[in-house]
Design a binder for this molecule. Structure first.
Ligand code: CP
Length: 366
């Protein structure tokens, strides 16, 4: 069954197709009002959400379908110890498609391996958030008329900001995109994103802690919240939380056609006075998220009805007993995975956990 776990599960042609369908839905919503009549979406949210959950629900309702689900782990049987795998098998009996958010990296991937309906990753820990990336891509496309040949600044929490990781991966597939990474030392982009995406795709990038110095070169500025929920030490969060605050004054040197994006929720990192600036696009981004989720639901349900079944990351699969050591990985809590660890082989004998991004040198004799 085809699912969407990582933005790289979609080809560039498919991204462009989703953008085209989303634009068509915006222009002719009445033509889509019955497209999912009789179909059910299950929203399984083990972590808080406003936009993602409600935009999925609004998307399905506007397609003529209906919605079931829960908005916190405590109101599901996860609170009694039910596994993600069992939850996915059970919900497959009730719904035609699942959108799942979970604090553990790789949880939606586990769900996709056990569900008999498509699973959409609605955010897994600090790992990926592919449908936010779809919203971001549509916003950039609508504002700029292209997804190539531009300079995009990412500012704030680049370490835990899953939307940043997914958007960099998506933009790396379009030519001529240059990235400016603006963060304090402690919140720099993880080395796996630098290695796997920026270096491998030969994407031009530079790192700085100077937001004002970077602004004049940017076509797009992607602001992010410092992700309090990912910090083990509250004192570190308190020290870093207001590292960057975008103000009207700081925009003085910006290009007149700069587009300012933010996946939201915002805390303090964009002054509310910036909201009136025509370059502020973050509320348009919310609307674009619903349109792209409508296009995605249509695509995955259509493929499911035609029996398309490809799924999962590329690469040779190794299944063995070497435990992933990332405490944020779903393998640290999922009972069914206690003895099965899945790794994909990378160069020089280094393998990557298929659930998260942890790397290990695997000794196959074990
Ligand atoms: N952008 C985003 O994921 O928002 P929510 O956490 O409210 O879903």
């Amino acid at each position: 069954m085809r699912s969407l776990i990582d933005i790289e599960d979609l080809s560039v042609d498919e991204l462009n197709e989703l953008i085209a369908v989303a634009n068509d839905i915006a222009a002719h919503p009445e033509q889509y009002a019955d497209a999912c009549r009789g179909k059910k979406l299950a929203t399984l949210f083990f972590e808080p959400s406003t936009r993602t959950r409600l935009s999925f629900e609004a998307a399905m309702i506007e397609l003529g379908g209906s919605v079931i689900g829960f908005s916190e782990a405590n109101s599901s049987s996860a609170s009694k110890g039910e596994s993600v795998a069992d939850t996915a098998r059970v919900i497959s009996c009730y719904a035609d498609i699942i959108a799942m958010r979970h604090p553990k990296e790789g949880a939606p991937y586990v769900a996709s391996q056990n569900a008999s309906v498509p699973v959409i990753n609605a955010g897994d820990g600090g790992h990926c958030h592919p449908t936010q990336t779809l919203a971001d891509l549509l916003t950039i496309y609508r504002e700029k008329g292209r997804l190539s040949h531009m300079t995009v600044g990412f500012c704030g929490d680049l370490k835990y900001g899953r939307t940043v990781h997914s958007l960099i991966a998506a933009l790396s597939r379009y030519p001529g995109v240059e990235v400016v990474l603006i963060s304090p030392e402690e919140l720099k982009l993880p080395s796996y994103v630098i290695y796997e995406t920026l270096n491998k795709k030969k994407m031009a990038y530079r790192q700085t802690d100077d937001l004002e110095g970077a602004i004049p070169s940017l076509d797009v500025l992607y602001m992010t919240r410092v992700q309090r929920e990912r910090f083990s030490d509250p004192a570190v969060y308190e020290r870093l939380k207001d590292s960057y605050i975008l103000t009207v004054e700081k925009l003085a040197g910006a290009k007149p056609d700069l587009s300012i994006l933010h996946p939201l929720p915002r805390v303090h990192e964009i002054s509310v006075r910036v909201d009136k600036d025509p370059r502020a696009c973050y509320f348009k981004q919310v609307m674009n998220g619903k349109l792209m989720r409508m296009a995605l639901i249509l695509k995955l349900l259509n493929e499911a009805s035609h029996g398309r079944s490809e799924c999962g990351p590329a690469g040779d699969l190794l299944i063995n007993r070497v435990r992933c050591r990332n405490p944020r990985c779903i393998t640290s809590t999922e009972q069914e995975l206690d003895q099965i660890f899945r790794w994909t082989e990378k160069e020089n004998g280094i393998c990557r956990c298929l659930y998260c991004e942890a790397k290990e040198i695997i000794d196959e004799r074990k």
